[in-house]
Structure formats: C-alpha cells, structure tokens
Ligand binder design. Structure first.
Ligand code: PLP
Length: 361
C-alpha cells in the first residue's frame, strides 16, 4: 500500500514534501552525521534551526515584536489548565465562550484555578451554530476571554475575531492555526497543539503578548510559568526537538505555498467543494451546521441512512481515503481538510461520495 489521502482529525496528515525532507535528513541532519533527534538542543545547529523556525513563523503570521513565540509541550489540554494559572490569581474571573467540545473542556479544566464565567454557550442547540455575539455576557473585570475559533469535533468555526474590548482575548487555535491569515494583535495569547496543522503531537505553539507574561498568576513551579519559558527561549528544559524541527519544515513549506493568504484561499476552495457536494446530494449526505458557522477545517457529515455508514467507511478506505469515521461523540463521518490535505484529495473524496450515492441512493 502506498500513501493514501488522509482526512484524519489529528494527529493529521503532514505535507508529503515535509516528510520526504525529514526522511532525506533523518540519518545525517545538516552535515552533523546524526539525526536531529540525537543531538543537544543547546548545540549550534539546533539553536540555528530553532531560531529559523521562529523567524519563519513570525514572517508567516506577521507576529509583532511585543509578542513572544513559545515552543512548549503538554498538548493543548495541559494549557487549558496552565493558562489560567499564568494569567490570573485564584480570586480572579475569566470569561469562557463554549461553542463545542473543546471550549467546554477548556472551561472545565480552568475551573480549579479561578472563577469561570460561562459568558456564552451553544450547548443547548447542540453546537450547530456559534453563540450569537449579541448574547455574550462578558465581564469587564475578567482576566481574559477564552474561546475556540475552530471546534474540531462539532465542525463550527468563527470566521472573524470577536470584539471583546480591553480584556485580553485567548484562543485555542489547535485545529485552525496557519489555515489562513491571522491578525495576531487582536489577541493576548493564542496556542495550538501541533498535531493538526503544524507537525507531530507533543509540541504546543504559543504566541503571547509580552506584558501578559508579567502577571503574577499564583505561586507555581518555574516549569509551569510561561515567563520562564520565554526568558529561556523555550529551553527551560529539553524541548520536543523533533517536533520543533518538523514544525520548522512545515513553516518553510507554507512559505513555498505562497504564504497564508494563498493557503487560506486554497482552504476555502477545498471546503466549498465538499460542502457543495453534501448540500447538493438531495439529503443523501447531510451536514447539520448552520452554514455561516461551518468550519473550513473539519467537516462532519451523516448519511441519510445510518445503516450505510459501515459500508461507506469500508469502501472509502478501500478506495484509499483514510480516517473518515466521525468522532465517537457525534457518530457519522468527518473529513478534516487541514493545510496538508491537497485539493486533489478533496476531489478524490467527492468523486467517491458521488459514486457511493449512485450505488446506494
Ligand atoms: C485536538 C484539540 C485539542 C486537544 O489537544 P491535545 O494536544 O490532545 O491536548 C484541544 N483543542 C482543540 C481545538 C483541538 O482540536
């Protein structure tokens, strides 16, 4: 079996060019005679690579100088807890916008550390649309506002950045970072587990406005404190060297793709192609999300007859289309269309879906 079209929600497809480069460099990285995984993160070669990765990311996203870029560990989930520890004291409050599975989890993991104000939630409507901005009950005294711009499981996405006034906006970008341009200045802190749109799991990318690093938070070990990580160049302890290296290769690949405006355009085209086929299938396929709230990255869909799901999954896999099974919380199917999934893969998927409908409709 060769490479298949991979629609995995995460860990997800990586650009083939990145994997091929990593393969070429695996045994002898950068003339060192050893792999990048086998050498000190404090060595000249690694430091140069790490600095280049940060410079390329800053270039791609236009990260201003008053923001620090951190390469951390622990997955996005660890930072659900660590963000409140760093940005607020135990007696402070933070606003959480709940628009799906992950933002709900972020709020529940923050609850031991501060007072969580559920400022808005779409839970009662099954997260089929974003909580309308007019109904958010924001607390002007909150330490920050947290939201999840793309809900990986429910397939809902904010298509612009909400206006929240002076309170720093914190965003979990795990499943849509680098999927298009982003105005970093609108945020106090953004973070993302790498395994959807950047690289392998085990790496977390964070971009944080430097003044927020001065917040006292609460007493905690240095290893939890973002200011310490920033001061140490994300090398307070041994970083995820392999993840950092692959992220760097991905940043270079994105630049070769024409940067984030071009990448964002391609992502819009890919999503429109798939939603179009679902919506034009006379109900054979269905995506229940309110169209303005639909995600470009994660497209959940069901078949008109649930009894066909097993056949859909088996036949799609046999056709070289991997990981279309939906999350267990929702059932059905899900196609994730991250940056590394080319338009060609989406074309192969919609061809298969048309063919499956002809045979089973
Ligand atoms: C996958 C995902 C997470 C969880 O990431 P881990 O790295 O497994 O902790 C959090 N938030 C979003 C939006 C995700 O898609």
């Amino acid at each position: 079996m060769g490479r298949v079209w991979n629609f995995s929600a995460g860990p997800a497809a990586l650009p083939q060019a990145v994997l091929e480069q990593a393969q070429r460099e695996l045994l002898d990285w950068n003339g060192s005679g050893a792999s990048v995984m086998e050498q000190s993160h404090r060595g000249k070669r690694f430091i140069a690579m790490a600095e280049q990765a940060e410079a390329d990311l800053r270039d791609l996203l236009g990260v201003p100088d008053d923001y620090a870029v951190l390469f951390l560990q622990g997955g996005a989930t660890q930072h659900f807890a660590q963000i409140p520890m760093n940005l607020a004291g135990p007696d402070e409050r933070a606003d959480y916008i709940v628009s799906g599975h992950w933002s709900e989890k972020a709020a529940s993991e923050a609850a031991p550390y501060l007072h969580v104000n559920l400022a808005a939630s779409s839970k009662a409507e099954g997260h089929l649309r974003l909580p309308p901005r007019g109904q958010w009950r924001l607390d002007p005294g909150a330490a920050y506002v947290h939201y999840t711009p793309n809900e990986t499981i429910h397939g809902v996405e904010f298509h612009d950045v909400p206006e929240v006034g002076e309170v720093p906006l914190v965003a979990d970008l795990s499943s849509n970072i680098l999927s298009g341009p982003l105005d970093v200045r609108r945020f106090g802190l953004v973070y993302a587990g790498a395994q959807k749109n950047i690289g392998p799991s085990g790496l977390v990318l964070m971009i944080v406005r430097r003044d927020l690093l001065d917040r006292p938070g609460r007493p905690m070990a240095r290893i939890f404190r973002y200011a310490e990580h920033a001061a140490a160049g994300s090398m307070l302890n041994t970083p995820n060297t392999w993840g950092w290296y692959l992220a760097g290769l991905t940043f270079q690949w994105l630049k070769r793709q024409g940067g984030l405006a071009a990448v964002g355009e391609r992502n819009r085209t890919k999503a429109a192609r798939l939603y179009g086929v679902i919506d034009d299938s006379d109900g054979f396929y269905r995506n229940p999300v309110d169209p303005p709230s639909r995600s470009r990255m994660n497209v959940p869909f069901t078949l008109h007859d649930g009894a066909l799901e097993a056949a859909f999954l088996a036949e799609s896999e046999a056709a070289g289309l991997l990981a279309l099974k939906g999350h267990k919380a929702l059932g059905g199917m899900r196609a994730s269309l991250y940056n590394a999934v080319p338009l060609e893969a989406v074309e192969a998927l919609v061809d298969f879906m048309g063919d499956f409908k002809r045979r089973h409709g």
